[in-house]
Design a binder for this molecule. Structure first.
Ligand code: MLT
Ligand code: MN
Length: 309
């Protein structure tokens, strides 16, 4: 199985369009230790020819251009992209679907909840429903990803709920403290190559590592995990935002309740942060925080990172 990181940054990308924070300035100044990153998404393939997107970021057009594996290869209209799997309805994970207009055969897999969001926004019909099918995923039920012609991609995924929150743009304050969030709003994926049995977990958003989640991912070969913030209040502290990570549905990397501590002794062979916010110092190749995560056997993903399992 091949995995290509198309985008490693959180919502808004790195740098963010209106952000004048020193971190964003470093990226604009082409600091080699602070490479720009597009919004979070990966592509996966069993054979290297045909690919599925995990989430469709608003930067998808750039991501396709930057990754020749996703370029058209034959005829006058063609794409190696067979479809997309959505882990939530965040703008950084669904808005890119609009790039996939219009009559290219594709399959879009998501929970009923997220499919309902797409259904309610008729702009997504730019993916012509005659050519693009929408496939409901049931939590905890494995399913084999299919190409648009119905044949198998050779990859099985199992969606499961993780602690999280409904997409920011769908928050409903009348529904109490969790804004009406339900299990299907934030999912993670267990992904297995059906030929060689190799597998990994994909979790770009997660608010908390519960004992059940820790047990599930114990001993995994590879985990991609939510790397949004270093500390919960860093956006407030740095004066660029008004929300904590917890308010946004994201666990922090550091601290007693953070990801480094929670995934420390789980015997996971390879751990990689993805969905990294502009304020997180692990973005920098030469930061103290980067040294700390690397000392804890974590990697920080970057656009174009390639992995074979
Ligand atoms: C998130 O991950 O919390 C969202 O992508 C935030 C946003 O919509 O900008
Ligand atoms: Mn996001």
């Amino acid at each position: 199985m091949r995995i290509r990181v198309l985008g490693a940054a959180a919502g808004g990308g790195y740098p963010q369009w209106n952000c004048n924070h020193p971190n964003s300035r470093r990226a604009r100044q082409d600091d080699p230790a602070a490479p720009q990153r597009t919004q979070s998404s990966i592509a996966i393939s069993a054979d290297g020819d045909e690919w599925y997107l995990f989430n469709a970021s608003p930067d998808l057009r750039q991501q396709i251009n930057d990754n020749d594996i996703l370029h058209p290869r034959q005829d006058l209209r063609h794409s190696p992209i067979m479809g997309a799997v959505l882990t939530n309805a965040d703008v950084d994970h669904v808005a890119g679907l609009l790039n996939l207009r219009e009559s290219q055969p594709l399959r879009i897999y998501a929970t009923q909840r997220v499919l309902g969001v797409l259904q309610a926004n008729t702009i997504f019909n730019v993916l012509n429903p005659k050519f693009v099918s929408r496939e409901p995923m049931t939590l905890n039920e494995p399913l084999e990803l299919q190409k648009p012609d119905g044949s198998s991609l050779g990859i099985e995924i199992t969606p499961f709920a993780v602690p999280g929150k409904v997409a920011l743009w769908l928050e409903d304050e009348s529904k109490g403290k969790d804004f009406g969030s339900v299990d299907e709003d934030t999912i993670a994926l267990y992904v297995e190559d059906t030929n060689n049995g190799k597998s990994f977990y994909y979790m770009p958003a997660c608010a908390r590592v519960t004992p059940e989640l820790a047990e599930r991912i114990s001993g995994a070969d590879l985990v991609f995990f939510d790397g949004t913030l270093w500390v919960d209040d860093e956006m407030i502290r740095d004066g660029v935002g008004i929300k904590t990570g917890q308010r946004m549905g994201h666990i922090s990397v550091s601290g007693e309740d953070g990801t480094l501590a929670a995934l420390k002794d789980l015997g996971i062979k390879r751990k990689i942060f993805i969905h990294i916010n502009t304020t997180n110092p692990i973005l920098f190749a030469n930061s103290e925080e980067r040294r700390e995560v690397e000392a804890a056997d974590w990697e920080v993903s970057y656009d174009g990172m390639h992995i074979e399992l």
